[in-house]
Each structure stands twice: as C-alpha cells, then as structure tokens.
Design a protein around this ligand. Structure first.
Ligand code: GLN
Length: 282
C-alpha cells in the first residue's frame, strides 16, 4: 500500500490530511518539506505517521485529534474529544465582533463573556486581538474548561473561567458589555457525518429538537447579566436566522438586530445591540 494523497482520495477522505500528518510526524517545516521531498523519514516517525493515517482513513478520527490542535485565527488551540474542534466559519464571528467593538464601544475595559467556550477559541482569540478586554469563558463541561485554561496559558492570555450552562455562571459577577457565543445548534435528529458524530462531544453539538434550545436559554437570562448598553454576537445554523430573529423580538425589547452571512453566503451570524446608536440595517 502506498500512503499518499491519492490513498486518501480513493477512500473518500481529505488529501490534505496526509500532508498535515506527515508534517506533524516529520521534522520539516512546510517550506522544507517541498525542498526536501525525496529525503527519507526516520523509521519511528514513519510508523507513527502510518498509524495516524490508518486512524484517519479507517476509523474516521479527525486529524485535529491526531495532531492535538487546530489553528484558529492563526493561533494553535489544543483540542481533544472533550471540546468542539474550532471551525473556520467561527473566525468570521470573531472578525465581526472585533469590528463592532471598535465601532460601537469606546469604554475601557470592556467586559466580555464567551458562553459555551469549548476550546476557548472565541474568547481567547478576542483577548489576543484586543488585549484590554476583560474576558470570561463559561462552559458546562469541566473537561472543556480545563482545555480552555490550557489554551489561555499557552497563548499567554488572562481570562476568568466559570463552569455552568451558558450565562448561568455570570449571574454572580459584575455586569458584562458583550456576550459572544457559538452554542450547540444542531437539531437533535439532524444527520451528521460520522467523523463529527463519533468523535466530537454531543453536548457541544446538539441544541434540542429545533436546534434553538441554547439561544432561548441565552435570551431569557441575558438581560440580568449585562449593562444597559450591550452587544450579543452569535453564530447559528444556516437555516435558523429567521427563527432566531423572532426569538429575539419576543424576548428582548428595543434592540437592533443585524444578521450576517458567512463567506459561503449562508445566514450564520446574528448581532444584537442595545443602546449602541446602531443605525445600520441588514
Ligand atoms: N465556542 C466553541 C467554538 O466555537 C465551542 C462551541 C460549542 O461547543 N458549541 O468552537
């Protein structure tokens, strides 16, 4: 058997995964890899590489679990089966959030909570990019919070971590200016690829029969946790933007709602503003 990108394609898998695993086990940087393609790999490393290729191809193990991290917004986040693997779509939520902070919030320090933080990718990236933010990350899973804490340490950022569902742990704290979340939003019966369903935590994936359980929970509890001027920034499923708008109109009064598409043109993000003098529509 020849282990190359064609082998992945023949098995209906991502060809780039083979290169990433090779890079992970070999001593070369991506540039060196192209310059020294004909060099022989150390035998131990080669066996470790073959083992991981097999886990990826035959057992559907995500390569992020084999490599141990995923790159999000240019930062390496440790991942394990206890957290959702950060998705690149979520980088767009971070970008818009940073833009809105610059446009609508002059005060410093701003208090921001990333609720349902998982690996910590949203809250910790925001802290990396906007160092004066006072960031709190919540998650219902203790194991997820431990990973997020490790990520904060390896990225060299300070954040507060609190265990509990969505906004629940925030009740005890000073009020927040910004709430960001990418909560679990798959419908309970939604078909999901085995590489996701068999390897990522179900409590990070599923959001009840309509996928909206955690948005409901958030909108019903959030006003007690925030200052009079606030923003909520959310990622959601591509087909729930209208339902989320309705939910907001039902639960939050006098707010401005802006919904955004992701780079693939899918309705994926909702931003809610209160008292920010937001005059944009869309
Ligand atoms: N906030 C984390 C992320 O976006 C975790 C999301 C989740 O577990 N649903 O990756």
């Amino acid at each position: 058997m020849e282990v190359n990108e064609q082998y992945a394609i023949d098995n209906g898998k991502e060809p780039s995964a083979i290169k990433q695993l090779l890079m992970h086990h070999g001593p070369l940087t991506p540039t060196e890899y192209y310059l020294k393609m004909d060099e022989v790999m150390d035998e131990l490393a080669y066996h470790a590489f073959l083992k991981d290729v097999d886990a990826y191809i035959t057992k559907d193990v995500p390569i992020q679990h084999l490599i141990g991290h995923e790159v999000f917004y240019g930062y390496a986040f440790k991942v394990s089966p206890d957290v959702l693997i950060p998705r690149f779509e979520t980088e767009e939520l971070v970008t818009h959030t940073l833009d809105y902070i610059d446009t609508f919030f002059q005060k410093e320090p701003l208090r921001l909570a990333d609720v349902g933080t998982g690996s910590g990718c949203i809250g910790l990236t925001l802290k990396k990019e906007h160092s004066t933010l006072d960031v709190t990350c919540t998650d219902i899973s203790k194991k997820a919070l431990l990973i997020a804490q490790e990520n904060a340490a390896s990225l060299g950022v300070q954040a507060t971590f609190a265990q509990g569902s969505m906004c629940e742990p925030l009740g005890e704290m000073d009020k927040f200016d910004i709430i960001v979340s990418n909560p679990p939003y798959l419908k309970d019966k939604e078909p999901v690829a085995p590489i996701v369903k068999d390897h990522e935590p179900h409590e990070a994936l599923y959001g009840g029969s309509d996928g909206l359980k955690y948005y409901r929970e958030l909108f019903e509890s959030v006003e007690a946790m925030v200052n009079p001027t606030y923003m909520i920034a959310l990622e959601h499923g591509y087909d729930t933007a209208k339902a989320i708008r309705k939910l907001i109109q039902k639960t939050l009064k006098d707010v401005t709602i802006i919904q955004k598409k992701d780079m693939q043109g899918r309705d994926r993000m909702t931003f809610v503003f209160k008292n920010n003098k937001v005059r944009i529509s869309g």
